[in-house]
Design a protein around this ligand. Structure first.
Ligand code: DWN
Length: 413
């Protein structure tokens, strides 16, 4: 596959009726943090980030697909980087184990298992846990924690291999994965093949309504090919004899949904599904102007943020960033904010410390630097974890440090 391709047909219904409504320009993939060396900086590639709406099924999706091997073969993001997510996965494992009826040791397969954070929670129960993740570095990290992991993409070949070796899965999970999948049909065929007759497939991903409602521009990036709502998902799962039997809205990652899916049972749509379908209609997801308004708001928000930060700089205030998140890198590239404004970023991820942010080349340091250095303002780039970050940094605030939030609007706390 070339480094990136432009799609001509919708990823779900294959309609050619795709209308572009928003462009973030070109920028590097948001999790490719270059080492601080001229050779690495010279080699950085920039790819288009344009979003379109399928007028046939309603799927919002990126106009281009970047070669997944460029983004996922060696992956720097680790799920365990936030307590919020560890607690979230503890709750997910408890919820799912309460739903399945089983006597023997059920097989739980986690797709996009990252560093094994979710499977560690499932291993508190009597289960056989298996991770699947294309990132070799993460598979190694998970295996070092005793989590059996296959370093591969999940597709029909992997699904068949797992079924022949371990049998069918009672539970298949895919948290923050489905939006990343290029071939959704192959992926769901693979789920359908591996899922036990009475098994549950659990998928979690950011919800389009939350993205639009919060104008969360920075959750649009090359890894997220699709921005899901229920209507196109019902079509997608139905095409693979799978059925969404429950759906739940979640606060994580700026607003997500959790789908509970089984083999088609020919039952009526669960009222949770009907409720969201009604919400999507009232929100105007089927109207192009909804998306044009989102784009207009995004461009004006960009102007507001750069004006605000420039006003602080004009008063010789020092500004740094908190959380070298993929979303933060999108915001910085989209607003063209670099190290002339943000001196450095602190982050809890050891693999990110010492590196630079993609495209903007802002240096990344451990979190401890914030209190040692006491800059005037700290822009929270990982706004989805604002509560956890504010709680963790009460001393910085006590000594006069101020945090800046940008979602849903710019606010100093
Ligand atoms: O879909 C995806 C989501 C789930 O995670 C992936 N494609 C990529 C990634 O996106 P992200 O990097 O925007 O995710 P986070 O989890 O919002 O990133 C948070 C960043 O902030 C991490 O680098 C960890 C850091 N952090 C920190 O330094 N101190 C986080 C917390 C809570 C903290 O206290």
């Amino acid at each position: 596959m070339a480094d990136f391709i432009q799609i001509k047909l919708c990823r779900i219904c294959h309609s050619p009726k795709l209308i572009e409504f928003f462009s973030l320009g070109v920028m590097p993939p948001p999790n490719l943090f270059p080492k601080n060396h001229p050779r690495n900086l010279k080699r950085e590639s920039f790819y288009p980030l344009d979003v379109c709406l399928c007028q046939n099924c309603g799927l919002v999706q990126l106009k281009h697909t970047v070669n997944p091997n460029i983004m996922f073969k060696d992956y720097i993001y680790v799920t365990s980087g936030s307590k919020t997510m560890v607690n979230h996965f503890e709750g997910l494992a408890k919820d799912i184990m309460g739903r399945i009826k089983t006597s023997s040791e059920p097989l739980i397969v986690d797709i996009g298992s990252n560093d094994g954070t979710l499977l560690e929670q499932f291993l508190k129960y009597k289960v056989k846990a298996l991770g699947v993740d294309p990132a070799k570095n993460l598979a190694k990290l998970a295996k070092s924690k005793g989590i059996e992991t296959i370093a591969s993409y999940f597709n029909q070949i992997t699904s068949q291999k797992i079924k022949s070796k371990f049998g069918k899965a009672k539970v298949i999970t895919a948290t923050n994965v489905l939006a990343h999948v290029g071939n959704l049909h192959d992926f769901l065929e693979a789920v359908e093949n591996l899922l036990d007759t009475d098994g549950i497939f659990v998928a979690e991903f950011p919800y389009l309504i939350d993205l639009l409602d919060k104008n969360a521009i920075d959750t649009i990036y090359h890894e997220h090919l699709s921005y899901f709502s229920i209507k196109p998902l019902l079509l997608l799962f139905g095409m693979h004899n799978l059925e969404i039997f429950d759906v739940e809205r979640l606060n994580v990652h700026g607003g997500s949904i959790r789908l509970l899916v089984s083999h088609r049972q020919k039952t009526d749509k669960h009222n949770g599904v009907n409720k969201l379908l009604k919400l999507e209609e009232s929100f105007g997801l089927n109207k192009p102007e909804t998306y044009h308004n989102f784009a207009k708001k995004a461009y004006s928000k960009r102007q507001k943020l750069t004006n605000f930060l420039n006003s602080l700089k004009s008063k010789n205030c020092r500004i740094v960033g908190y959380g070298a998140a993929a979303k933060g890198n999108v915001l910085l590239n989209f607003t063209n904010i670099g190290k002339e404004t943000i001196e450095y970023i602190v982050d809890s991820t050891p693999q990110k410390q010492g590196r630079l942010t993609p495209g903007t080349h802002i240096p990344i340091f451990p979190e401890a630097k914030l209190l040692e250095d006491m800059p005037d303002y700290t822009l929270i780039l990982a706004w989805n974890f604002a509560d956890e970050i504010l709680k963790k940094n009460s001393q910085y605030r006590k000594q006069g440090g101020k945090f800046i939030l940008t979602v849903p609007d710019i606010k100093i706390v």
